[in-house]
Design a protein around this ligand. Structure first.
Ligand code: BG6
Length: 490
């Protein structure tokens, strides 16, 4: 397919993301025949490397990602390296010359993808240079792929966006939220809109609450410096968690086009109830992990991690209650929680339906279970529907049964990685699974009010949860005061 021919420039080509995700993902696309021969990659980074050294790195990262590595020499031969100074126009001029040559050599039609896989402080300056030094004067398409964090708050996000938009139009900007590349996140809309069973019930008349959990066992690892300026709210809630909520809550789009889907998601963000000032503590809970043992290993407290302040007030856990004030969702809480150093690495969505109006199967101390729809995002991928059915044997007692579909058991193949899908989407020019500027801006303005409240008051209870636990006790109270609890389902 000729459309996918493009020159991809990866800024930050010696970094972690490029090596762990981007090269292996490109390789998988190559193996599936989705790249054709008409692609070339220029790795851009500061340190001096020859093309050969760079190609060796690429091969190594593919092998380390556990790929079988057939055709790897041919794949790697499409990779070139440019040692770059991000502030120097001469360096951009050299890059431009190289791009032009490769464009001719591979017949790429002047199509260019600029992938910024590096520290956010360089995003703006690079975008400005790409324009002023002529790299964005192209014959074909030009697209910018940008990693998070997209700003630190609304103000810095606006500033960054303005810099980017001098060189690229909104249509040309692909803001990565890697959760949108996950198979089961993409499945939310199909489960909702392709099943007569769900969409008619998908509202405040039949749904009692929705719970979205993304827990991790890892701590902050080597990222203390970044994480201190971020915390779980900016790192996970502003992007991944709110994106999942938007997909769960949006109205059915009139068509499955990028613009229609994005505009429905934007309307969800616009209907999010603003929570600020003293209200914050009624809706949000923060936590920070202490020291302890996890999987039999001693692990340090957050405050003892490298590059973290000994008195840090940064949260490593957030639980929150979101209200979407529109006709469909009035009165239905969307509970979210995410944190590091918890008991499991798992992302799940649980939709709890309302109880039947009258329970005919009442037994003392044994309430009827509500229907639950569980969407397993990771590590399992699938859906489980919890129903009630008659217990085998005499009598008419109801008992819970589960209908399960496991994605990975049915499709023998490994499900493609998020980055593989997203890179391919970008090459095809499909921005549906990337965050539009309006989504980013609205989610920052929601999150900023919570961080304002948290930054102005130190949480004296920190550290307030143990490694391997389910987070701070206050997160349970957040639900119990509404008469709910976090479901623990498999
Ligand atoms: C990233 C965050 O965006 O998402 C990390 O910066 C977090 O802190 C990661 O660990 C989680 O992603 P996943 O795909 O492992 O759930």
């Amino acid at each position: 397919n000729g459309e996918q021919k493009s020159l991809i420039m990866i800024f930050g080509a010696t970094g972690d993301l490029a090596n762990r995700k981007l090269f292996p993902s490109l390789y998988r696309l190559f193996r599936k025949g989705l790249l054709s021969d008409r692609f070339a990659v220029i790795g851009v980074a500061r340190r001096p490397l020859t093309n050969e050294q760079f190609q060796e790195n690429v091969k190594k990262s593919v092998v380390e990602a556990g790929e079988n590595a057939g055709g790897i020499a041919e794949f790697a031969s499409h990779f070139y390296y440019h040692s770059h100074d991000v502030t120097d126009s001469a360096s951009y001029a050299a890059l431009k010359g190289m791009a032009k040559e490769l464009d001719n050599h591979y017949g790429l039609g002047g199509n260019r993808i600029f992938y910024l896989a590096m520290a956010p402080e360089f995003f703006g300056p690079i975008a400005l240079h790409l324009k002023s030094d002529g790299l964005t004067d192209v014959q074909g398409f030009k697209r910018l792929v940008i990693e998070k964090p997209f700003g630190h708050d609304l103000e810095s996000a606006i500033e960054l966006n303005e810099q980017i938009r001098t060189a690229f139009s909104e249509d040309e900007v692909y803001r990565i939220d890697h959760y949108l590349g996950k198979q089961m996140v993409q499945n939310i809309e199909v489960i909702r809109f392709a099943n007569a069973l769900f969409e008619p019930l998908w509202n405040n008349r039949y749904i009692s609450n929705i719970q979205v959990t993304s827990s991790e066992t890892l701590g902050v690892e080597e990222r203390g410096r970044y994480y201190e300026t971020s915390g779980a709210l900016r790192d996970m809630v502003q992007n991944h968690m709110l994106q999942m909520v938007a997909l769960l809550a949006m109205e059915p789009p009139i068509k499955l086009t990028t613009d229609e889907i994005r505009s429905e998601k934007i309307r969800v963000f616009r209907s999010l109830r603003t929570i600020e000032g003293e209200e914050v503590s009624n809706y949000f809970v923060r936590g920070q992990y202490g020291a302890g043992t996890l999987d039999g290993k001693e692990v340090p407290s957050y405050r003892d991690e490298p590059n973290v302040d000994k008195n840090s007030n940064t949260e490593t856990y957030v639980a929150g209650k979101l209200m979407i004030d529109n006709q469909r969702w009035a009165g239905v809480p969307f509970y979210i929680r995410t944190g590091k150093r918890l008991g499991a690495k798992s992302t799940k969505i649980i939709v709890q339906f309302k109880d039947v109006p009258m329970n005919l199967y009442y037994q003392p101390n044994k309430p009827l279970n509500p229907n639950l729809l569980v969407i397993h995002i990771q590590p399992e991928e699938g859906i489980t529907l919890h129903l009630n059915a008659k217990k085998a044997g005499q009598g008419m007692d109801a008992t819970e049964v589960k209908l399960s579909f496991a994605n990975n058991a049915i499709n023998e193949m490994n499900t493609p990685e998020a980055y593989e899908l997203l890179l391919y989407d970008c090459m095809r020019g499909d921005a549906t699974n990337f965050a539009h500027w309006d989504e980013v801006a609205l989610s920052w303005s929601f999150v900023d009010k919570i961080s304002d409240a948290w930054e102005s008051t130190k949480d004296e209870s920190f550290p307030n949860y143990e490694p391997g636990s389910r987070g701070p006790a206050a997160a349970d109270e957040l639900l119990s005061k509404d008469g709910f609890f976090w479901w623990r389902v498999r």
